[in-house]
Structure formats: C-alpha cells, structure tokens
Design a protein around this ligand. Structure first.
Ligand code: NDP
Length: 334
C-alpha cells in the first residue's frame, strides 16, 4: 500500500519536502470492517489548514500521519454484512492507495450514470457547500446580483449556476481568459471578470452596474478589496473561504482596513456570516442530493473535473491548486 504522510508543517507555500511517501503492507480488515482500494482522492483547499498547527475548526494532521482527504474507493474484501466486494463507497481514507474502514463509516454509492468522482465534487462536499451557503445564508432573490470568485472551481461554479436557477444575476470572477471563457460560455454566468487583468476593479464595476447583493466569499485578497465597496445596503456575504491567504506568513502591509470595514458593515446593514458546510448537513443534505442530482441530470448545472493520474502527483497538484493551476474540481485518480 502507498501512503503520503505529512513530513513537516509548511511555512508559506507548501513544498514537496513537506510530504513523505511510504509503502506499507496491506492492512487486514477485522469484524465489521472493509478493505478499500482507493480510486479517487479529492484535493481541497481546506487541507492547507490541516497541515498547519494553527488553531482552527478541525484538528490538524499530525506530522508523520497520513494526509487526510475524501475518497471514492472500491471494497476489495469485506467483513461486514452491509458491504460486498466490488461496492463503491465514499470514505474519508486520505492520501493513500488502500485503507481499512468500519463499514458504518463509509457510504455506499449508487450507480447514477456519472463518474463516481462526482461524489467528491458537484454531488459531494463542494457542491453542498455552494448549495447550503448560497441558499441558507446568501438568500438570493430574483433580479439580485450574486458575485463569486474561484468561479470555475467546484464551489464557485455551483454557486453561480444555482444563483441563476433562483432568478438572480450571476457574476463570476476567475483567473485568466480560458477559465473566464468557460465560466461565461459553458456555465452560462451573466458576466465574468478576470482578476488577473490590470483593469480588474473597473471591469468588476462595469459587470455590476447595480452593485452587489450577495458576495459568496471564496478568496479574499485583492478580490475582496474590489468587491467590498460595491456591496449594496442589506448585502449578504457568506464567508466560505479565503484561499488567497492560506499561505500567508504575516499580516498584510498597508493601512488598517478594519475601521472602514466596520463602518460599512454598520452603515450598509451588511450581513457577514462565516460557515463550515458540516453545520448544514443535518438540515440540508437530503434536499441537496435531490436538487443537485436533478439539476446535473437535466444539464442545468454543469461541472468540470481536473483529473490528475497517480497518487505520486498529489503533492504537486495540491500545491498548484493553491495558486489556481487547477481547472475544475481537482481529483487524483489513484
Ligand atoms: P477551487 O478548485 O476553485 O480552487 C481554488 C481556486 O481559487 C483556484 O483555482 C483559483 O482560481 C482561486 N485562487 C487561488 N488563489 C487565489 C487568489 N490569490 N486570488 C483569487 N483567486 C485565487 O476550490 P474549491 O471550489 O474547492 O474551494 C473554493 C473555496 O471554498 C476555498 O476557499 C475553500 O477553502 C472554500 N471551501 C469552504 C468550505 C466550507 O465549509 N466553508 C467547504 C469547501 C470549500 P482562479 O484561477 O480562477 O483564480
């Protein structure tokens, strides 16, 4: 069995040296357990947080432990009545080729005609994050303007498409002409703005002539700076991620922006609400599965996967994602 362990805690951008490869003997399942062969490993931005010892909403991966992550795996042998050899399951087996899990800790996947990897993307955690954060916290109304960055990725692409299904106007922000073309022409966002363009701020203003009613915050950084002054009175900001800052090692240079931030929160009656998607699983996951499966089947929600072959390539692909090198939901085909 192949494993990728956390070798050291990165300072700033992770490097290859922060990961270590190991081979071990295949683990043996006990009563109630299954041996899994991992087929797809999901790579997600939150893993940067797990590499760090800084206090967060979840415990970090310990140095020397296998990197955590969502996986789609095949049951290779079963000592449980509920799963049989050949079943495909959603598990949280991490960056490794094989794992033993309790049968009760995994979810059997039905054949829905799509690639099983969609259970890690549009029909899984990132799709759910978009659905719950936008509908429960963003509450877009018909005719309102919804803005989201990382718009070609699994969360952002779903946010914009669901916003349109609810009658809102969707404006995406993405890095580079290729991603921008995809967001507007294939995903059908009303407008798209390239945050790498030197005229980004002016272009965002032109794309949001009536201001911004919902900003689904995925990135922070210079994108947030351009968005913030355009928020309308009573705007809602579900704070989902701040990927531009995950590799930060110090506070940014420049003037303290906090006083201006709070005076606008007050004078514009803004709602800024952070969330971790697990909060909404008990109340919204069943609705999500029903709605999202229907939208994907009908073609109303489109998705794109960036499939990288080989577990060995996971560290590079992950490091690249934090800089926008992925194009669509990043998964490793193990
Ligand atoms: P993506 O696959 O979209 O990957 C991240 C993208 O972020 C990159 O491709 C890049 O897109 C963009 N990006 C990276 N750095 C910057 C930067 N400095 N400025 C602007 N954009 C940048 O990721 P996901 O869809 O999986 O996740 C999106 C966000 O949602 C992340 O912040 C993640 O942490 C968060 N999240 C939060 C959850 C929660 O429960 N709160 C659950 C799941 C995800 P581009 O090239 O277009 O700029």
């Amino acid at each position: 069995s192949q494993q990728i362990l956390l070798a050291s805690r990165p300072s700033g951008e992770p490097t290859q040296q922060d990961f270590r490869f190991e081979s071990t003997a295949l683990p043996e399942p006990q009563e109630g357990e299954v041996l899994l062969g991992v087929k797809y490993l999901s790579l997600d931005p939150y893993m940067r947080g797990r590499m760090s010892a800084a206090k967060s909403y979840a415990a970090p991966v310990e140095v020397g432990d296998v990197m955590e992550g969502g996986t789609v795996a095949e049951v290779l042998s079963s000592k449980s009545d509920s799963l049989s050899e050949g079943d495909l399951v959603l598990s949280y087996s991490g960056w490794q080729s094989h794992a033993v899990e309790k049968a009760s800790a995994v979810r059997k996947l039905d054949d829905n005609g799509l690639s099983p990897s969609t259970a890690l993307g549009v029909l899984g955690m990132p799709g759910f994050t978009a659905y719950a954060g936008l509908l429960e916290l963003g509450k877009p109304k018909p005719g309102e303007t919804v803005v989201v960055a990382a718009a070609s990725g699994p969360v952002g692409s779903a946010v914009g498409q669901i916003a349109r299904l609810k009658g809102a106007r969707a404006v995406g922000i993405a890095g580079g002409p290729e991603k921008c073309r995809y967001v507007k022409e294939e995903l059908g966002f009303d407008e798209v703005v390239d945050h790498r363009d030197p005229d980004f701020e002016a272009n965002l203003a032109a794309a949001t002539p009536d201001g911004i009613d919902v900003y689904f915050e995925n990135v922070g950084g210079h994108v947030w700076d351009a968005v913030f002054p355009r928020l309308n009175t009573f705007a809602r900001v579900p704070v989902c991620g701040r990927i531009a800052h995950y590799n930060d090692t110090s506070a940014p240079e420049g003037p303290d922006k906090l006083p201006r931030f709070f005076s606008d929160v007050l004078s514009k009656s803004l709602t800024i609400r952070g969330f971790i998607q697990t909060e909404f699983v008990p109340t919204m996951f069943a609705d999500f599965r029903r709605d999202m499966s229907a939208w994907v089947r009908s073609g109303e929600v489109k998705y794109r996967e960036d499939v990288v072959k080989g577990l060995d390539n996971a560290p590079d692909a992950f490091i690249g994602m934090l800089k926008g090198k992925n194009f669509g939901k990043l998964v490793i085909e193990v």
